[in-house]
Design a protein around this ligand. Structure first.
Ligand code: BDR
Ligand code: CA
Length: 314
């Protein structure tokens, strides 16, 4: 099984992503770390613990991480997408966790889990990248144990938080820049361009809601989120961004990737948080200075959509 750590800001799609990993026999879920994001840290932390409790996974440690970005701004929020508590106002309906919150902070828990692992570990950051940047900065040796960092984030076309930027990258562009360009561990970026194409429809949600107690409980978290995406998509469906990235983290090759040079816009202005993928013709790229092309990373560009939707339901 894939050894996995999820770094998350639940968030409805985060809840689906956590459940996907927590219930998969292809995964050894070593730990879950929380970060501010869709809602403040206290809410994302309890949401992550409750989703694990729903899945009967109180064996998985949860540690709380950053409350705000590395350098600039107050934390961003997306209550208008996920509801005031991050789970459509239904967080309280989930079971209370029996396992206490880990006493370590998120970065220490990740570093300890990596140090203790005899195999490389995949990390799936599905919120702002603050904890991951802090891990790489504080624990250089930890990177040697990281198999891949599979990130939900970025927008190659238009953004969802600003015209240019996707939410997770916009929330902490400096952290995203650090992780994507540091070169310490291989990264896979799963941008919203692809996650939108993987949207699930009303029939999928009905199937989920009737699949058993866990599916019913997850479905109950979706009303606000589904309403938001009904507007964004123009049809009755939802975009499970984070679950798409975790599906790839669990089963490498689920998504088709291309090796592309990526840069993160960290200046202030309308482009802040944009991710630029350099897809110029090689001859034109070759003419640019290295600093203008960015660091190469895998970017997810395509998937077998039917197979993926089936995998998200399983
Ligand atoms: C990302 O932003 C958050 O609102 C979602 O949970 C996802 O991680 C999509 O842009
Ligand atoms: Ca998220």
């Amino acid at each position: 099984p894939t050894k996995l750590i999820i770094d998350t800001d639940p968030g409805v799609d985060d809840a689906f992503a956590i459940a996907l990993a927590a219930l998969s026999d292809e995964v050894d879920l070593l730990g879950v770390t929380s970060v501010y994001g869709n809602v403040p840290l206290a809410a994302t932390t309890i949401n992550a613990r409750r989703v694990l409790a729903l899945c009967g996974r109180d064996d998985v440690p949860v540690a709380a991480g950053a409350q705000r970005p590395l350098v600039h701004r107050h934390p961003n929020e997306a209550r208008y997408v996920h509801g005031a508590d991050g789970l459509s106002g239904r967080s309280h309906a989930l079971p209370e966790p029996s396992r206490p919150l880990d006493e370590r902070d998120a970065v220490t828990l990740m570093a300890d889990l990596l140090a203790a692992s005899d195999e490389p570990v995949t990390i799936a950051p599905i919120g702002p990248l603050t904890n991951i940047a802090a891990l790489l900065a504080a624990h250089p040796a930890a990177a040697e144990k990281i198999a891949r960092i599979v990130i939900m984030g970025g927008a190659l076309g238009h953004g969802n938080t600003t015209a240019a930027a996707e939410f997770n990258i916009w929330s902490d562009p400096e952290a995203a820049h650090r992780v994507l360009t540091g070169g310490e561990a291989p990264c896979v970026l799963v941008p919203m361009d692809l996650t939108y194409r993987c949207a699930v429809d009303a029939a999928w949600m009905t199937e989920l809601g009737t699949s058993g107690p866990i599916g019913t409980a997850l479905d109950a978290l979706t009303p606000d989120y589904r309403e938001h995406y009904r507007g964004a998509l123009g049809w009755d469906g939802m975009v499970l961004h984070d679950a798409v990235a975790v599906a790839e983290a669990i089963r490498p090759g689920t998504l088709r990737t291309e090796r592309v040079a990526v840069q993160v816009e960290c200046s202030f202005g309308p482009g802040r948080g944009a991710t630029y993928a350099d897809r110029r013709l090689p001859a034109l790229r070759a003419a640019s200075a290295e600093s203008e092309t960015g660091a190469e990373t895998e970017v997810a560009v395509d998937a077998d959509l039917d197979q993926l939707r089936a995998q998200l339901l399983a």
